[in-house]
Write a protein of this length. Structure first.
Length: 420
């Protein structure tokens, strides 16, 4: 029996709990479809020759922004003039030619961590607009443009306080732009009308026990609850993994069991939500699995397990065929039985460190390293490295996958890798 696209979408939602977009665009937000990091692309290489790119173009300034894609266009952010000016850039995805750029002066105090930057986030794009955040200590600008670069609206959410700067990307749900503003000051999650920028709802966030590490860097994901409502899953030290209603911002539950800063986004693994915390020193990082479906503070009742070995601080994990695949900042790769937390394998990858999140393409794990290599691993019962190829320079940016191509923002360039 042949299913209509609408029927197939309903089956996907009912069997997985994920809320997905019913269009052909793959990588419209940070980590692609609903933030899973999973691509349906086929035929991409696991290795390539030195400088064996489809194209490689310089990008002015510095950024760790993952590109997003719609149609023939890629959109990404960059910081100019040592972070005192911010820009959104649109390039043609066939050859990397710049189509337009919009920039704004936005002075910013020097950041306290050499591994961060002034343009860490990704835009989000749909059929009508691309939306991006430009954040300094004094301003939190959310700006929307049409695909030709005309500014449609802008809204300033106020001041932003964080030792490591801003790093949470926006998302779009049911015609609203969802912006997380977990910071060391007054925090909130805000929903803006994508057409006008008007505030639809604003959900306040707690400062937590240690307001100096309240700033969080997750991009929300959506998940359908047992009662049919849709929740946003978020991570922050103040709330742990938490849930608010996607349509109203009403609080559902949280799990304040994390005592360090949370950078990685949440993922859903069966009936569990996964979150991790850590520090730039790399000590004391851990990951906890939280049972979905709770109400109120579930920290004492819904923690299924906690892992304290080789867990990531910055990279977000992958969930595939019942397993979690972790790539830690320090270069450990691990496979975990998602339902129980049982380790299947865990090994240190030679000459590898990561701030980029891994992505899954055709059942293979692609990991872009700070050393400037793309390391490709097999999924399965043992660690197997399938390929290791140069990206030309290091990167902290997560790959974007679309139309049989991989796009990676390295420190000073945008690189395109294509299948045969």
């Amino acid at each position: 029996m042949k299913l209509s696209p609408h029927a197939a979408l309903l089956i996907l939602v009912s069997t997985t709990g994920f809320v997905v977009q019913a269009d052909a665009q793959e990588w419209t937000r940070f980590r692609g479809p609903n933030g899973t990091g999973i691509s349906t692309a086929k035929g991409l290489p696991v290795s390539w020759a030195e400088n064996g790119f489809a194209w490689r173009v310089p990008i002015a300034g510095a950024s760790h922004s993952q590109p997003v894609v719609w149609g023939d266009r890629l959109f990404l952010l960059t910081a100019l003039d040592n972070g005192n000016e911010r820009a959104i850039i649109c390039v043609r995805k066939s050859d990397g030619m710049e189509l337009w750029q919009k920039s704004y002066p936005l002075p910013m105090a020097r950041l306290g961590n050499k591994n961060t930057g002034y343009a860490n986030t990704s835009p989000v794009v749909d059929a009508e607009r691309v939306v991006a955040c430009f954040v300094s200590n004094d301003h939190f600008w959310v700006r929307a443009y049409d695909h030709a670069g005309k500014e449609l609206w802008s809204r300033d959410l106020g001041t932003f306080v964080a030792q490591h700067g801003h790093g949470a990307s926006p998302m779009i749900y049911e015609g609203n732009v969802i912006v997380t503003n977990d910071q060391d000051g007054a925090s909130s999650v805000v929903s803006l009308d994508a057409r006008t920028g008007a505030v639809v709802w604003k959900s306040p966030r707690a400062s937590g026990l240690n307001p100096n590490i309240a700033a969080a860097y997750c991009t929300p994901i959506t998940h359908q609850r047992a009662d049919g409502t849709v929740e946003l899953l978020l991570t922050s030290q103040s709330h742990g993994v938490s849930s608010i209603d996607a349509r109203t911002g009403a609080f559902n539950w949280d799990s304040p069991v994390f005592d360090k800063r949370m950078v990685a986004s949440a993922i859903v693994a069966g009936d569990l939500a996964i979150g991790s915390c850590g520090s730039s020193a790399g000590t004391g990082n851990y990951l906890s699995a939280i049972k979905l479906g709770g109400k109120g503070n579930v920290g004492a009742t819904h923690v299924a397990y906690t892992l304290r070995r080789a867990t990531p601080y910055v990279p977000t994990p992958l969930f595939h065929e019942g397993r979690l695949y972790l790539v830690s900042d320090a270069g450990f790769a691990s496979a975990i039985e998602a339902a129980t937390g049982k380790e299947i394998w865990s090994e240190r990858l030679p000459r590898a460190e990561f701030f980029s999140s891994p992505v899954l393409i055709d059942g293979k794990i692609y990991c872009a390293s700070t050393k400037g290599e793309m390391i490709v691993l097999a999924t399965g019962d043992s660690l197997k490295e399938l390929g290791r190829s140069s990206l030309g320079e290091g990167t902290h940016s997560t790959p974007c996958v679309d139309g049989g191509r991989i796009y990676v923002k390295t420190f000073t360039h945008l690189v395109c890798i294509a299948g045969k």
